[in-house]
Design a protein around this ligand. Structure first.
Ligand code: URA
Length: 235
């Protein structure tokens, strides 16, 4: 591939910024300074350095974002801010959220331009586990645990798949729970509680497959580790 494309894809700058950097002699290929943007390189076998640092090239970028409430899960929106506005500093094309969290839902959102991985994770056949923490407007009890284990009618043509409900605390004013589901239907968690006559008043996704939100602060993002990427691909 062309050297200027390689450098731009690696986040060194736009094509014209990259050209200026090449002119300044800041780039070497296999130890030799190279200034022609059209130079052909092989990302698998050539070592390209910028400012003496070797560039680790990957076609794809993978981020985990702690989505705050108020942002829509979309790449563009005419009214509300989008989750993509929180991913700063990436020049990668076609970055997009994998799946969707409601505007008022917080928590873990995967963002990537690896379309194949996104497709696999969203495939209904793959049943990737998603765990949510929620606050419910009333008491939650063992009959809810059993109903979710069995599957509930949320108005679709079939019941929900068995889901694991863990009650953290339960009281008439409100309850805290963790719910793990294996599918990703529209408003699924809210509709599951609605089917039980209860309302979700706060919702946050805390894990998805091998990924956990951990201590990532709200509104911030980080790159996935190589290990996390491999685990997601295996899932
Ligand atoms: N279930 C919901 O109801 N909303 C979400 O954002 C995610 C899962």
């Amino acid at each position: 591939m062309r050297l200027d494309k390689f450098l731009a894809d690696a986040g060194i700058g736009t094509r014209s910024e990259v050209k200026a950097k090449l002119k300044k002699g800041l780039v070497t290929v296999n130890g030799l300074p190279v200034s022609r943007p059209e130079t052909q390189i092989n990302p698998d076998t050539d070592t390209v350095c910028f400012n003496n640092d070797a560039i680790n090239y990957s076609k794809y970028e993978y981020y985990i974002l702690h989505k705050p409430a108020g942002y829509v899960t979309a790449t563009k929106d005419n009214i509300f801010p989008t989750v993509m506005e929180l991913i700063k500093g990436s020049t990668a094309k076609n970055l997009a959220p994998v799946g969707r969290l409601d505007k008022d839902t917080e928590g873990l959102l995967l963002i990537t331009n690896d379309g194949e991985l996104a497709h696999n994770l969203l495939s209904p056949k793959k049943h990737v586990d998603k765990t949510y923490f929620a606050i419910i407007n009333t008491a939650v009890n063992e009959s809810d645990v059993e109903a979710f284990e069995h599957g509930v009618d949320i108005g679709d043509d079939r019941l929900t798949l068995p889901a694991r409900l863990e009650i953290i605390s339960s009281a008439a004013e409100n309850s805290e729970i963790n719910l793990t589901i294996h599918e990703g239907r529209f408003h699924q968690v809210k509709r599951m509680f609605h089917a039980r006559g209860k309302d979700v008043i706060y919702l946050k996704r805390i894990s998805m497959g091998a990924l956990s939100l951990g201590e990532l602060p709200k509104g911030e993002f980080r790159s996935l580790t190589e290990e996390e990427i491999q685990l997601l691909k295996k899932a």
